[in-house]
Design a protein. Structure first.
Ligand SMILES: Cc1cc2nc3c(=O)[nH]c(=O)nc-3n(C[C@H](O)[C@H](O)[C@H](O)COP(=O)(O)O)c2cc1C
Length: 307
């Protein structure tokens, strides 16, 4: 009997649904046992998010400070043939509950020398979060053999509005008669996720060790080269602002509020100015940077490769 563990956390339920669809060929197979472990913060993160709580979560998230989570129902002695780690992106970093799991003793014991597939569903900026996740996987000596990233169907520009409106109100939209498109991953993409589970099932049945070729050729990720430098700039500035906010006071303290509001104003200005300018500059210099961009795309799409 092959054993697969699915560790997941979702607020709206979208990512957990994606994870279920992803492993559905495995759950339906008689020769595979699938264990689901939902991460549960001791103090739940609200959904929809009140604005100040949303903004206030940012510094700890960026600095990978783990919030206390309940111990997931996983036997630390059990060995799995594969672990699927389904996490969202918060502020260009892994969502705090996923960070908390990765930093736990349980993760160290369960993931050591075990093949892991990371599965993300987010707005569309996941590159830096996956870099952080790779670091955490390395520190527990897990073997990253696959990576799948699904992004919101609204597209880069409209999702800047649609996704925050969704998490701040709980309503996916569409809004204004369809002028602001619906937030979240397209239903067709969610449905098509079982192709990954089918491939994994085939490989498990071949009795070969799972390696980086596991999910190649299935369109597991699409790296948007226009976002690479925006994400890098974003992460640098998030660390600077996050450090400042942490120096001002502990989470939830009133002293943080003015700095949080200043950061949020900066963030909106950053999105409206620096992001489009950097996208435009990238386009202008594209003929001279084609090789470097191809290398970057290749790097970020590992281990599963681009569509
Ligand atoms: C606090 C917070 C910060 C977020 N930051 C990002 C981000 O940096 N990049 C991104 O692509 N999506 C971001 N998102 C969107 C989430 O990754 C995800 O798509 C959304 O929360 C819905 O997840 P769920 O349906 O699993 O609950 C953020 C969401 C929240 C709540």
């Amino acid at each position: 009997m092959k054993k697969v563990l699915v560790v997941h956390y979702s607020q709206s339920g979208q990512l957990s649904r994606i994870a279920e669809r992803f492993v559905s060929p495995l759950t339906e197979a008689a020769d595979v046992e699938v264990t689901f472990a939902a991460l549960q913060p001791v103090e739940p993160f609200p959904f929809p998010w009140p604005f100040l709580r949303f903004a206030g979560t940012f510094p700890e998230c960026v600095y990978l400070d783990p919030p206390p989570i309940q111990t997931p129902p996983i036997d630390p002695e059990e060995r799995f043939d594969l672990v699927v780690l389904a996490y969202q992106v918060w502020f260009l970093a892994p969502a705090c509950p996923a960070t908390a799991f990765m930093q736990s003793e349980l993760a160290r014991r369960v993931l050591e020398d075990t093949p892991v597939v990371t599965l993300i569903a987010c707005r569309n900026m996941w590159l830096m979060a996956q870099e952080e996740m790779k670091g955490m996987l390395e520190s527990v000596r897990a073997r990253l053999v696959g990576h799948v990233a699904l992004v919101d169907e609204a597209g880069s520009v409209w999702s800047f509005l649609a996704t925050p409106l969704w998490v701040l109100t709980g309503n996916k939209g569409p809004r204004l008669g369809g002028r602001i498109p619906r937030a979240g991953v397209a239903e067709a993409e969610i449905e098509a996720c079982d192709r990954f589970g089918s491939r994994i099932l085939d490989r498990l049945r071949q009795e070969e060790p799972l390696d980086e070729s596991l999910l190649r050729g299935l369109g597991a990720v699409r790296v948007d080269e226009k976002l690479i430098s925006s994400e890098r700039m974003g992460r640098r500035s998030f660390r600077a602002w996050g450090g400042l906010i942490r120096a001002v006071g502990p989470p939830g303290s009133l002293r943080r509020i003015p700095v949080l509001l200043a950061w949020f104003t900066f963030l909106v200005a950053f999105i409206l100015t620096l992001v489009p300018i950097s996208v435009l500059l990238k386009k202008l210099i594209a003929p001279f940077t084609a090789r470097r961009i191809a290398e970057q795309k290749q790097y970020f799409s590992q281990p599963s490769g681009v569509s």
